[in-house]
Design a protein around this ligand. Structure first.
Ligand code: ZN
Length: 180
């Protein structure tokens, strides 16, 4: 399934660039696949103008486009969808040695997801300022990170610390745990 997926996309991308005189490198070719996914996602009314491709050893192992409105999932950003797809494909919770191609500079949520997934590198297309110009502004989230927790726009209140800390003891004492 992965091979036919790869072949189809590689064929399409190659065709696209046969008509283009500009030199094309592998990174731009994978980015063009991510851009294509974003376009198709918009056409299918799945979500916003964002796409993502994840590559390992020269092969596409994960793909995603924004599906926030189509699936009523505010976390279904292209990068998160692609990370889930790639991890399911690899049967691993880490993207060791992988390259992520995102059509836009990742938002704070996706940045966090990328750090948890631990890929090798990330290539991004549009800048976050470009996305902000059409209303996808995540600057306020960055600003919230620097604000005292009690002053944030969404109320955060601390309760039940001792009971919650007990979970960590259970984890630490579990010999069968899979550290990550
Ligand atoms: Zn995001």
């Amino acid at each position: 399934m992965c091979n036919s997926f790869n072949k189809k996309f590689l064929d399409e991308a190659s065709k696209m660039y046969e008509q283009n005189d500009d030199p094309i490198n592998e990174h731009e070719m994978f980015m063009s696949m991510a851009i294509d996914l974003a376009k198709k996602g918009m056409e299918n009314e799945e979500g916003g103008p964002f796409g993502c491709i994840i590559v390992k050893d020269g092969k596409v192992i994960g793909k995603g486009n924004n599906k926030v409105t189509g699936t009523n999932d505010p976390t279904a950003h292209a990068e998160v969808v692609a990370i889930r797809d790639a991890c399911a494909h690899l049967q691993d919770f880490q993207l060791t040695g992988c390259t992520i191609y995102a059509t836009c500079e990742p938002c704070p949520m996706c940045l966090g997801a990328i750090y948890w997934a631990r890929p090798e590198e990330v290539f991004y297309g549009a800048l976050k300022g470009d996305a902000a110009k059409i209303g996808f502004d995540d600057q306020f989230i960055y600003e919230e990170l620097d604000i005292e927790i009690s002053n944030r726009k969404i109320s955060f209140q601390q309760i039940s610390r001792n009971e919650s800390i007990k979970l960590f003891e259970i984890w630490e004492n579990n010999d069968r745990k899979k550290p990550y």
